[in-house]
Design a protein around this ligand. Structure first.
Ligand code: B3K
Ligand code: ZN
Length: 846
């Protein structure tokens, strides 16, 4: 497989201005008639080369004349045609097979419904096309299907015609007036229930809102609808951005490779991010539905109206849109808790990616399979880069920059540099050094040292940055100096050199430094602080992120020490810190975050030659010691957080989170299992039910199988809840797990063809069951490889996501590294390995 390079970008030799599509939908033989209007770009005499994969070519017409098969060439991935006209019409008819499309790219079936996924390069599996984001055309789409099977026929834009046809068929025709790349094309056909509503935009236009769900699910779509309306209002208020078509549709499907897709006017969603009601969805599910609905909606401006010139620029739309959805969530909920959760994701997953074999800058330079680059780096680190701009420029100037960006580039396909230049020009800021964030991979390390000069009342601070010898970045560093003064002294430092010092005058005593307020930059820090200093930050910093982070730092220190010295006892000061957290009068949601120990994934990366089992034992020991020492307090807090009825406001959600963290401590102690069955039996919502079951899976007892069986009977006909059941089963923490996994894979409700189900077992095992994934026999690694071999042939994109924990082995002990490599070599030799997995395995073994 040959890589593509950013440096090789060339503008397209032809443009497509208008596309007229007709789909005659049939289960195994769908016919696609694609009329395209082409113009030649500048003078050249190169042939037209269209992308096409896994399509059967039926016919080609040039300006109405049918072409003989000698007049063009077709291979596995393209159709080449020499044309001497500057302006011409091409009609290409292809046949495709949606029923057998298990890769879920292009046109496929989710149950009985037809749907599409074209990003990044799926349109070429529908028809021959210039399948690249800088080719933008207006689309008219006619969908023809059986009226009984598919009463709803949907595509992008506005409905312009509909009618009945012979043989029980009907058609609907759609027109999207906004020029768009093929990756934003969508078609859906099926039998759905529709939740309808409307939204009055800030300029007074009425927009019809429609959410399509499987029959029987309409009552689970209300939260999604309310979230959509909140997102629309938020984008108007925050960025002055209004929706532009007369209708906005969302379709929920069960078979989907990722979360959702922002197709113009017709979002297709994994049903997991649409459906929610209080009995079947957890608080986290509710949060995620709102966040993903927001994210896809925000793409209408950041992604659709202004799109990417080429796929290397993916972060242009994804980093910016993730930043926007994070801000939206922060405004709808606790800003501090939302930020803490963003940072946990970065530290537990993005940092590992950036240190692993697939590390890449947020604007990658070399790609083999584009789908491999929808990464935590492009999305989450990309969002951090936008956040740093927001921090450096401030809210108002950031808005001015964004306004200029839209007025300059509306309707265009542009680059990350175009974006930064607009921000620089609008605000008169030099962002040349800042641009380096787009071309460097790896997580910078800040090494901090301080010196207090009592005589001169001066505080000296020195920060050095390093990241694999790469040039210095512009890093905004928020700090607070805490002294006995009433007010803490807050600053935003601009770290632009490899090493830089600051002097603060009039500091009457040695301050305690709270570093990286609100986590102003996606960096690691090397700044050892005493337990006392950390305790001081935990109670006295104004910045809530720093208060939380100081606690995590303290815990990390002790977990790593216990790992090296399992017999050591924890100091009283640590217990005291926890005691004061538990007894403090802080918001429940924040307290729950403070009580949550740093996870295995957050820690594993920073320890060299780590034995994962020893690390897990250390986390467990610290947790159990805290639970033992403070049992009465945990129990009191647990009981005090119980709620009589169910409600879904922030306070209630926070209380549930706090209660369930306390539960997770209490169950580490002997004779507390009864709490689990009690909570399971009395729960009136999925959050509490699932919390009880997860604890039961983490500390399996006799009771576990009874609870799991009861749960399965109750929910057997709810797909999304059964995914939770499969995930719980895969995370059972005892050595029956490998038999369990075989049983799960053989379960009548299991299928590797359904990505949610495949992830529910495989990712749940590798992520939530690290003790057995990393078990010394290597069986965990072997299990994953066996599944990947099967998935490679079914759905390479899903396979490629699931391999992640196997390629990030750098910090593991030598024995495990060699077991993993041995498995990877086996996979590498598998014939017909899709390029998705090939790219990653080759990188890991390089
Ligand atoms: N843009 C899509 C992701 C497409 C992934 C293609 N493999 C969803 C999103 O980021 O909003
Ligand atoms: Zn996105």
């Amino acid at each position: 497989f040959t890589p593509r390079y950013l440096a090789d970008y060339r503008a397209a030799y032809f443009s497509i201005t208008r596309v007229d599509l007709t789909f005659e939908l049939e289960h195994q033989k769908t016919r696609v008639t694609n009329q395209m209007h082409f113009t030649r770009n500048k003078a050249h005499n190169l042939p037209l080369v269209l992308d096409g994969e896994q399509v059967t070519l039926v016919s080609v017409k040039l300006d109405g004349e049918i072409l003989a098969s000698t007049e063009y060439q077709v291979d596995d991935h393209s159709l080449t045609l020499a044309v001497d006209r500057d302006d011409f019409q091409l009609e290409i008819v292809t046949e495709i097979n949606p029923a057998d499309n298990t890769a879920l790219e292009g046109l496929f079936k989710s149950g009985d419904a037809y749907c599409t996924q074209c990003e990044a390069e799926g349109f070429r599996r529908i028809s021959y096309y210039l399948d690249r984001p800088d080719v933008m055309a207006t689309f008219t789409t006619k969908v023809i299907a059986d009226k009984r099977q598919c009463p709803h026929l949907l595509s992008n834009g506005n409905k312009i015609a509909a009618g009945n046809l012979a043989n029980g068929k009907h058609f609907v025709q759609w027109h999207d007036p906004f020029p768009k790349p093929s990756y934003l094309f969508a078609l859906v056909a099926g039998d759905f229930e529709v939740l309808r509503d409307q939204y009055l935009t800030m300029s007074g236009r009425d927009v019809a809102l429609e959410i399509f769900v499987d029959k029987g699910n309409i009552n689970k779509a209300h939260h999604a609808m309310a979230s959509l309306k909140r997102a629309m209002a938020w984008d108007e208020q925050t960025f002055g951005l209004e929706y532009d078509l007369d209708i906005y549709m969302i379709v929920a499907v069960d078979f989907f490779n990722m979360g959702a897709m922002e197709n113009k006017g017709l979002n297709v969603f994994n049903s997991k991010y649409v459906l929610a009601d209080e009995t079947s969805a957890t608080d986290v599910d509710y949060f995620n539905v709102e966040a993903v609905i927001g994210h896809e909606y925000f793409h209408n401006w950041t992604g659709n109206r202004v799109t990417c010139r080429d796929w290397f620029q993916l972060s242009l739309k994804e980093g910016l849109t993730v930043f926007r959805d994070q801000q939206f969530s922060a405004d709808m909920h606790s800003a501090a808790v939302t930020r803490i959760q963003n940072v946990r994701v970065l530290r537990s997953q993005q940092f590992a990616e950036d240190a692993g074999p697939m590390a890449h800058p947020i604007r990658p330079e070399k790609v083999i399979e584009m789908n491999n680059f929808y990464t935590l780096t492009v999305y989450e680190k990309g969002a951090e880069v936008i956040r740093m701009l927001h921090t450096i420029l401030g809210k108002e100037k950031f808005r001015q920059g964004l306004d200029l960006y839209f007025s300059r580039f509306d309707g265009m396909a542009v680059t990350c540099d175009d974006f930064i230049n607009a921000m620089a020009d609008a605000t008169g800021t030099d962002l040349e050094q800042f641009k380096l964030w787009y071309s460097q991979s790896g997580t910078p390390l800040l090494t901090v040292s301080e010196y207090y000069d009592e005589q001169n009342a001066q505080y000296h601070l020195t920060i050095a940055q390093s990241n694999n010898e790469q040039p210095a970045l512009h890093i905004p560093v928020g700090i607070e100096l805490i002294t006995s003064e009433q007010q803490n002294d807050a600053h935003l430092l601009a770290l632009t050199k490899a090493k830089q010092s600051w002097t603060f005058e009039g500091v009457k005593e040695k301050p305690v430094l709270a570093l990286l307020t609100d986590f102003t930059a996606p960096v690691k820090t090397n700044f050892p602080q005493s337990d006392q200093a950390l305790a001081c930050i935990m109670t006295r910093a104004d910045d809530e992120f720093c208060r939380w982070d100081a606690g995590q730092k303290l815990l990390t220190t002790y977990i790593t020490r216990v790992m090296k010295q399992p017999q050591m006892s924890l100091p009283d000061s640590l217990y005291q810190v926890f005691e004061s957290i538990l007894s403090a009068d802080t918001a429940a949601a924040f307290k729950a975050e403070q009580l949550t120990l740093p996870s295995f994934n957050e820690l594993v990366d920073s320890i060299e030659a780590v034995n994962p089992i020893a690390l897990l034992d250390a986390i467990e020991t610290v947790k159990r010691s805290l639970a033992k020492q403070l049992a009465p307090l945990f129990l009191k807090q647990y009981q005090a957080s119980a709620q009589a009825g169910y409600s879904h406001d922030g306070i209630a959600i926070g209380k549930r989170a706090l209660k369930n963290v306390c539960l997770s401590y209490l169950v580490t102690l002997d004779n507390h299992e009864h709490l689990l069955s009690q909570q399971y039996q009395s729960a009136n919502n999925m959050t509490d039910t699932l919390a009880a079951l997860s604890c039961a899976a983490a500390y399996p007892s006799q009771e576990l199988n009874t609870l799991m069986a009861d749960f399965a009977i109750k929910w057997s006909d709810n797909t999304l809840v059964m995914d939770k059941w499969f995930a719980l089963q895969a995370s059972i923490n005892n050595d029956t797990i490998f038999d369990k996994l075989s049983d799960l894979m053989a379960h009548p409700l299991f299928s590797l063809k359904n990505p949610n189900r495949a992830r529910a077992v495989i990712a749940a095992f590798t992520q939530n069951n690290p003790r057995y994934f990393h078990c010394a026999s290597g069986r965990g690694y072997q299990f994953l490889i066996e599944q990947l071999v099967l998935l490679n042939d079914i759905n390479p994109q899903v396979a490629s996501r699931l391999i992640t924990p196997l390629i990030q082995f750098k910090s593991l002990d030598a024995k495990r590294q060699s077991m993993i490599k041995e498995q990877l070599v086996k996979l590498q030799q598998h014939d017909k390995l899709a390029k998705d997995l090939q790219e990653k395995v080759d990188a890991a073994l390089a």
